[in-house]
Ligand binder design. Structure first.
Ligand SMILES: Nc1ncnc2c1ncn2[C@@H]1O[C@H](COP(=O)(O)OP(=O)(O)OP(=O)(O)O)[C@@H](O)[C@H]1O
Ligand SMILES: [Mg+2]
Length: 350
């Protein structure tokens, strides 16, 4: 179903994205070591990744780095990787190789990895074993690997890049700037410095594509929706497939009854929670900056002035500069503009 709210796993349910899928297929056929798949939230990264992994006939490990706590430790990392390896197809294809790895135990269709003690298994050693087969290692929202122990995976990645020709890594990131900072290919102190990464960016749908996507989705679900509503939904959500899907799915669940205001409120509420998370972890100033930008303070001097008014104190240039840079790296704004219109509305409710 095109308008199913979960990430898609089959090309039949994926609207368009032929170009990106072909690019992924070509890159992996060429055995490129690292692919970064980026795009704003809800643009379809996980869907593209899962459709692709289902289409290739190669063993793969898929992990979601969003599951790691911010200050994750070795145990969290090993537990995530072992859960990624704990799937039937992977174990069936890899059983003989895995059996030889010291510090790894197979129990049914689950994998146990030792992370400390005499039996402990170093990740580069594990990856050298995996390299005996052509394997894809996919990390969804890989910027989640950042943190005090972030170099463990990065060192492993650098090792695999240099020695494990059979491994390819696909890393997705909705916070593209943070992901690229983490990988640090332009940073001399990063283990990945100077390596090359294939970048694939997923863009939003055009207006026509958005309309076509909704039309096809409603048709498939057997509901008839007047074109004026389809156009209004498209206006609201600026080609972001996740929002279009949410809107479409809500309408289908209500058997075609349309309440645009309610759909809008529902989306704003979701975005609001996400923004609240950012304000909680990075500080209230971030929310004030975003709110000011949403209200039209869209140049350096207007914004600085406004922020100083709101906070009742002078704000050092570097503080504002750093906050803006972080918000760009989080893919929330670019050049004083919101990348997602729903975020722009949501911050106004703060
Ligand atoms: N090309 C597409 N065709 C059909 N549905 C799509 C497409 N792209 C995204 N969707 C739908 O949009 C929603 C978001 O997609 P997905 O979770 O894949 O995006 P994402 O970029 O991984 O999002 P997030 O940043 O939140 O992890 C899902 O409901 C998914 O089914
Ligand atoms: Mg995702």
């Amino acid at each position: 179903m095109l308008l199913d709210p979960r990430p898609k796993t089959s090309r039949n349910d994926l609207f368009d994205r032929e170009k990106e899928l072909n690019e992924l297929h070509n890159t992996i056929e060429k055995k490129m070591p690292i692919v970064a798949l980026t795009g704003v939230r809800r643009i379809g990264k996980t869907s593209l990744l899962r459709v692709f992994l289902n289409e290739i006939d190669l063993p793969h490990i898929l992990i979601d780095a969003r599951e790691l706590p911010p200050n994750y430790g070795l145990r969290d990392l090993y537990s995530l990787i072992s859960s990624g390896m704990s799937n039937k197809t992977f174990i069936e294809k890899m059983r003989n190789i895995l059996k030889a790895v010291k510090g790894l135990r197979i129990m049914g269709f689950e994998v146990e990895l030792s992370w400390k003690g005499r039996e402990s298994l170093l990740l580069p050693v594990l990856f050298d074993y995996l390299n005996k087969e052509r394997i894809i290692i996919a990390v969804d929202e890989a910027q989640g690997l950042r943190g005090p122990r972030g170099t463990i995976f990065l060192d492993t990645l650098a090792h695999a890049y240099d020695y494990d020709d059979n491994l390819s890594f696909i890393l997705t990131g909705s916070e593209a700037g943070l992901l690229l900072d983490y990988l640090g290919i332009e940073n001399p102190s990063s283990p990945l410095y100077g390596r090359s990464i294939k970048m694939i960016t997923i863009e939003r749908f055009t207006k026509d594509q958005s309309i076509e996507f909704l039309k096809q989705g409603f048709k498939e679900a057997g509901v008839t929706i007047p074109i004026k509503y389809i156009e209004s939904i498209t206006e609201l959500f600026d080609g972001i497939p996740g929002w279009l899907t949410l809107a479409g799915n809500t309408i289908i669940n209500k058997s075609g009854k349309i309440d645009l205001e309610k759909i809008k409120t529902q989306a704003i509420e979701i975005a609001r929670k996400e923004l609240q998370g950012i304000a909680n972890s990075r500080g209230k100033r971030y929310a004030l900056i975003l709110k000011s930008i949403a209200q039209g303070f869209n140049t350096w001097s207007k914004l600085k002035h406004r922020l100083e008014e709101l906070e009742g104190k002078t704000v050092p240039k570097s503080a504002l500069y750093n906050a803006l840079e972080t918000l760009e790296k989080l893919s929330i704004i670019k050049n004083y503009e919101f990348l997602d219109p729903v975020y722009k509305e949501a911050i106004k409710t703060f």
